[in-house]
Design a protein around this ligand. Structure first.
Ligand code: SAM
Length: 280
């Protein structure tokens, strides 16, 4: 593996190790699914694409817009975005494996003309001030050790008036002792630095020059993800146990089930606009 920006190597290892296994059982959208209600029996592929669609609607990019995809995974959301809107997307992630996969998928989809992927850390973005008209971060901010710095960097590379959309798993306050235990286990399993909550996001966005901050709790629409993920891993338990050992696989299944049932972790989608009066 090539060198990754400092402090993020372990997370890159995760996405090149267990993350790849999860990728195999979950699919290429490395994010939660969205189900309308109990009766909605959409597949994981449909439900995860639906979450991306919701974020595309929130981002609402203008024709020709330059969009930064923060934590692009293997490129599936970026490819869905360029299929839906006439925009150009630059995706960043901290794993060379993800970047290679994203680049290959874009070539295979015939969309390398409007997409580019590179290894970069959101806390030190290699782009000039005001380079982008919009940005999104789909389940990447939870990994970032300093979300304030990440949002300051995002604000720097957005043009004034640019829109930012974030989707993230968060803590729902007040967190009880059992919920805290589950959140700590998720942090350890997924190399999550810490979970934010709605108040932290709101504060950080405003402190970094964003206005019109909208935060929507969609926990009830996405929490089936943990149950399905646990079931998908359980269905391939023996195969995964041969690769990873039985204990971590069983612990993972148990954790996903408990997390899905816990009211202390939730899911937010957020939209904010960089103050148009701000000088870039
Ligand atoms: C759960 S995956 C989500 C991937 C993608 N957004 C999706 O929805 O399919 C988290 C992503 O965040 C990226 N990531 C983690 N820490 C990062 C950082 N400091 N800077 C940039 N990307 C980061 C990982 O490399 C990975 O691509």
């Amino acid at each position: 593996m090539a060198a990754t920006p400092s402090g993020v190597g372990k997370i890159a290892d995760f996405y090149e190790g267990l993350g790849r296994v999860l990728n195999a059982v979950w699919g290429e959208n490395l994010h939660y699914g969205y189900w309308e209600d109990e009766a909605d029996d959409s597949t994981v592929e449909v439900a995860t694409a639906r979450l991306t669609d919701l974020l595309i609607t929130l981002l609402a990019p203008a024709t020709g817009a330059a969009i930064l995809d923060i934590g692009c995974g293997v490129g599936k959301p970026a490819l869905q975005l360029v299929a839906a809107r006439d925009v150009r997307v630059t995706g960043i992630a901290i794993s060379d494996v993800e970047i290679e996969q994203a680049t290959t998928r874009a070539v295979e989809a015939g969309r390398s003309d409007v997409t580019a992927f590179r290894n970069a850390d959101v806390m030190a973005l290699p782009f000039a001030d005001g380079s982008f008209d919009g940005a999104w971060a789909i389940e990447s901010m939870l990994h970032v050790p300093d979300r304030g710095r990440a949002l300051a960097e995002t604000a720097r590379v957005l043009r004034p008036g640019g829109r930012l959309v974030i989707a993230d798993t968060v803590e729902i306050q007040p967190v009880g002792p059992e919920g805290r235990e589950i959140l700590d286990e998720i942090c350890a399993t997924y190399h999550v630095s810490s979970f934010a909550d709605a108040a932290e996001y709101s504060e950080l966005l405003v402190a970094n020059g964003f206005i019109d901050v909208e935060i929507r709790d969609i926990s009830d629409k996405v929490m089936r993800t943990g149950v399905i993920m646990a079931e998908a891993v359980r269905a391939r338990r023996d195969e995964l146990a041969r690769i990873n050992g039985a204990e971590p696989v069983d612990q993972y299944i148990d954790l996903m089930r408990r997390a899905a049932a816990s009211p202390d972790n939730g899911y937010l989608v957020m939209r904010a606009t960089l103050d148009p009066a701000r000088s870039s």
